[in-house]
Design a protein around this ligand. Structure first.
Ligand code: ATP
Ligand code: MG
Length: 568
């Protein structure tokens, strides 16, 4: 960890090799008078995920630190996979994380310029039209240990190449029949330099340019030139592009355009989490989740709906740091930052997930009193609220045992406990159903313990949350757990599948939880700590009179650990 201070909600990238690189370039005027310029370049072929948050944080955070600017650029060169829905969601997610771009750009804005530069390379004898099939091109490319072989079309004349390339653009040829390739070196040890494809023919409708183009530039040809057009000084990307860097430089050098430079950093990987847009799309398409914003998804829209905050995500990616080797971060670290943030900021409320009726026999029938409760003990400025208390309340089924196991300090016959902010009660008797299950507990209360204060210094070992039965509202609670059951979702048996590792218990629905009445006014996105239960966030699926809450994270439950160990 480079910055373990979760207090810093205004997280900035810590000092690291990227930071040092930029600082050095600024000092040495490596880009002349040009200001630091970065870009975040998502392909609009899916929703952003938590891994993208790291790239966003670095692209925007580092530029900001050096007084520079960041463009949001859609890398939209694959018309078949890209959609406006993704463009819209990406913009919303970047803003939600708390960043604002300088210019909104699209690689497709540069299709005209890219085409002209391709013509320039053909004229200079540095690009040619190849009629080999995709399979043949692959075969001719060679391997890591064997050099490639020249295509028989490699030595076409400039005139012929120009003519064919224009024909490609005019739509005279079928998809896949020809490509434009850069003429570099079929013997290069770097496979990316063995005459990489620059353009392919694709009669597909683009989400922005429509049917204007039927040839589309490849990523490598589009990316560096787009950077250069935008005068990007530091083009940061993940490590898998390191081998592409020589090609990135080659195009820029041949064209003699603004010398953008590429720097690679490690991808964010998280345990129990799969971060690949393609696979996330598959989860959505196969309806294994309810959509891109299913609260179990590692997408920004998913974790937002789950109740995660941009502050916690920024603090987390800052703390996770950046390096030049790929590693894997424990999901618990992200959860730690999220709990920490919610602990400070989330309003407290009382909610009983699995209700057990408690009748306080000596409390006056028909009486309601209001107890004053702090909205957030961590934040006095959050104020207090009035919570109704009456003769019949609900407590958690788990908070009562007719025959208590050792070390069980909650309610059981003869034992006294504190109802939070209300009274001390002592269990006297139970009512059971025909099957012998306890359906009602009868208690007495001590009127002198109002506010939950001991009247005479006597101690109780347990404080429990509760909800007044007559005032409770009903809610659906969605208890989310990890989407994958294994720390490494890619660890599956041969012939198996990533999805074999999906956690079958990643969602449990509690249909009729009882909530304190103040929660009736919760709006989608409102976050709470349900005392002793966990952190929850109101879901847009809620309806008036029947809210829905998503569990963001459980609190750390010490009893569950004891219970597991002792088998109680
Ligand atoms: P995916 O495989 O999930 O589709 P991608 O790299 O293809 O990811 P892009 O839309 O091309 O997704 O990514 C935009 C930027 O975000 C790129 O600079 C990419 O390097 C970066 N990025 C993507 N995934 C991660 C990750 N897990 N950690 C850090 N940066 C990432
Ligand atoms: Mg990509």
């Amino acid at each position: 960890m480079t910055n373990s201070n979760p207090e810093s909600t205004d997280a900035r990238p810590a000092s690291n090799f990227l930071h040092d690189q930029i600082a050095g370039d600024v000092q040495n005027k490596s880009f002349g008078e040009a200001a630091v310029q970065t870009r975040f370049p998502p392909e609009p072929n899916g929703y952003l995920h938590i891994g993208h948050a790291k790239a966003i944080f670095l692209d925007f955070g580092l530029a900001d630190e050096f007084g520079g600017k960041t463009n949001l650029r859609f890398d939209d060169t694959n018309p078949e996979k890209e959609e406006q829905e993704y463009v819209d969601s990406i913009m919303a997610d970047v803003r939600w994380l708390g960043f604002e771009w300088d210019r909104l750009c699209y690689a497709s804005d540069y299709f005209g310029q890219l085409y002209e530069w391709a013509v320039e390379l053909i004229r200079a004898g540095k690009a040619y039209v190849d009629d080999l099939t995709a399979d043949e091109i692959r075969k001719y490319r060679g391997t890591l240990t064997e050099p490639g072989q020249d295509s028989p079309y490699r030595n076409r004349s400039v005139e012929e190449n120009l003519d064919l390339f224009q024909g490609m653009k005019r739509g005279e040829f079928a998809d896949g029949s020809r490509v434009l390739r850069a003429k570099i070196d079929m013997g290069s040890p770097n496979l990316n330099l063995r005459d990489p494809v620059m353009y392919r023919i694709l009669h597909a409708t683009h989400h922005r340019t429509g049917d204007e183009w039927c040839i589309y530039p490849m990523y490598d040809y589009a990316h560096g030139q787009s950077d250069s057009i935008e005068q990007v000084t530091h083009s940061m990307c993940t490590l898998e592009f390191a081998d592409h860097q020589p090609l990135y430089r080659w195009y820029i050098e041949q064209l003699g355009i603004f010398p953008s430079r590429q720097f690679e950093f490690d991808r964010l990987n998280l345990t129990y989490t799969m971060l690949s847009k393609r696979k996330l799309l598959q989860l959505v398409q196969e309806q294994r989740v309810s959509g891109w914003d299913d609260p179990r998804m590692p997408t920004l829209s998913g974790i937002r709906r789950r109740g995660f905050t941009p502050e916690a995500i920024r603090a987390f990616v800052a703390a996770a740091g950046v390096s030049r080797t790929n590693g894997i971060v424990d999901i618990e670290m992200l959860e730690h930052f999220q709990r920490d943030d919610l602990n400070r900021r989330a309003a407290r409320a009382m909610a009983v997930l699995r209700p057990l009726k408690v009748v306080i026999d000596n409390y006056p029938e028909g009486q309601t009193e209001y107890v004053e409760v702090a909205n957030n003990p961590e934040d006095p400025s959050a104020g207090t609220r009035q919570v109704p208390f009456s003769r019949e309340i609900y407590i958690e089924q788990d908070d009562f045992r007719e025959t208590p196991p050792p070390k069980y300090y909650r309610l059981s016959p003869g034992k006294e406990v504190r109802l939070r902010n209300a009274y001390f009660v002592t269990a006297k008797s139970v009512v059971k159903d025909a099957a012998g299950a306890v359906v009602e507990v009868h208690c007495t209360y001590d009127p002198a313990s109002r506010g939950g204060n001991s009247p005479d210094g006597r101690k109780v070992k347990s404080t429990m949350h509760w909800v007044s039965a007559a005032h409770a509202i009903e809610a659906e609670i969605r208890l989310y757990d990890k989407l994958f059951a294994k720390p490494d979702p890619y660890d599956f048996a041969e012939g198996g599948d990533l999805f074999d590792n999906l956690n079958p218990n990643s969602l449990e629905i509690v249909a009729d939880a009882k909530l304190e009445p103040s929660l009736a006014s919760a709006l989608p996105g409102d976050r709470y700590q349900f005392e002793r239960v966990g952190y929850f966030c109101a879901d847009p699926d809620g309806r008036p009179g029947k809210p829905v809450f998503n569990r963001t994270l459980p609190l750390k439950d010490t009893w569950a650990k004891i219970e597991k160990k002792t088998g109680a």
